[in-house]
Ligand binder design. Structure first.
Ligand SMILES: C[S@@+](CC[C@H](N)C(=O)[O-])C[C@H]1O[C@@H](n2cnc3c(N)ncnc32)[C@H](O)[C@@H]1O
Length: 310
């Protein structure tokens, strides 16, 4: 029996931690580079042009903020232009939520002028409780739309647009369907079956291993004539451990991430397993590691960075 990765919070978290291991995946390095280079010219400038000098705090909303690592960098950039920020954090995972709060507490001097409002809940629960009355100037959604928009993406995008203040910007980072993880899931959409999805134990997470991709999002934005810009960044995963012929935790977790399926190797038929491994082989590239002269198997995923304006 195969279950979607996000139906088990603990297993998902174990996989997610691999994204923070620079030797395995450079997602965060690449995205931080984008923040360092592009956040000010592309976002801070647009926001200050759109909002002018009102003297009121800039209202920021983080959705699926995790431990806040990317959001804190973004807040730092916003602080250079806006003297006061009012930040709302929505993160349903308790462990990550507490970690974000703890970092803010420990580095309080970095956050002077920033007020935090904390919500340890899903975006869906937040909207149900508070509605869409409060408006935000900046909404940050980095790789969280998969979970937030899972049951009804169109409705979610309409809600997000509703809570965006005029002159505001939504930063949405979402994988494409034509590369890497997005392409595997797009090519093999039925790795976890419908019946098995209903066995999911965690209601805060998506029930599907069919990840939302950037085309899903942009087609809805186009339908509603919502204005956005699109750029991209590329992350590389070292998936060599999947091809050593030896079963390792790392190799198995990498397969689970790339198929969005829990215990992929043990839970699918040998035919499906071979098909997916052949697909990975056909689409990976063997190249030298940055850290050593070793030749490694890299599988690249491109994500779109959407800046949605109102
Ligand atoms: C891939 S992580 C992205 C983390 C972070 N935004 C970053 O920049 O690295 C996805 C996050 O979305 C959160 N999440 C899952 N379901 C959610 C929901 N329904 N509403 C809000 N956040 C959700 C997860 O707990 C997780 O922290």
């Amino acid at each position: 029996m195969s279950l979607p990765l996000s139906s088990n919070k603990d297993h998902w978290l174990e996989c997610y931690k691999l994204t923070w291991d620079n030797r395995v995946c450079d997602r965060h390095v690449r995205f931080r580079e984008w923040i360092e280079k592009e956040f000010e010219p592309q976002l801070v400038k647009t926001l200050s042009a759109g909002l002018g000098a009102t003297g009121k705090p800039l209202c920021v909303l983080g959705i699926g903020s995790a431990e806040g690592n990317h959001e804190m960098l973004q807040l730092k950039k916003l602080k250079t232009k806006f003297a006061k920020l009012s930040t709302t954090v929505i993160e349903p995972n308790k462990q990550m939520f507490l970690q974000y709060q703890e970092t803010v507490r420990q580095k309080s001097s970095d956050f002077t002028g920033i007020e935090f409002e904390w919500h340890n809940q899903t975006f869906q629960d937040y909207v149900q409780l508070y509605g869409v009355r409060k408006k935000y100037h900046f909404i940050s959604m980095v790789h969280s739309i998969y979970y937030v928009g899972d049951s009804d993406l169109e409705e979610t995008i309409r809600e997000l647009y509703d809570i965006l203040a005029p002159g505001g910007v939504i930063l949405m980072v979402v994988m494409t369907d034509h590369t890497g993880i997005g392409k595997v899931v797009h090519t093999f959409p039925n790795l976890a079956t419908k019946e098995q999805k209903s066995a999911s134990s965690d209601p805060s997470m998506t029930k599907s291993n069919r990840l939302i991709n950037s085309t899903d999002v942009t087609s809805i934005l186009d339908k509603y004539k919502i204005v956005y810009t699109q750029s991209e960044y590329r992350e590389s995963w070292d998936i060599t451990a999947c091809f050593t012929g030896v079963d390792t935790t790392k190799g198995n977790l990498l397969l689970d991430i790339h198929t969005q399926t829990i215990n992929f190797k043990a839970s699918v038929s040998t035919t499906v397993y071979s098909q997916v491994m052949d697909f990975l082989k056909d689409h990976m590239s063997v190249r030298k590691s940055h850290q050593s002269d070793e030749e490694l198997c890299y599988f690249d995923t491109v994500s779109d960075i959407l800046l949605i304006t109102k």
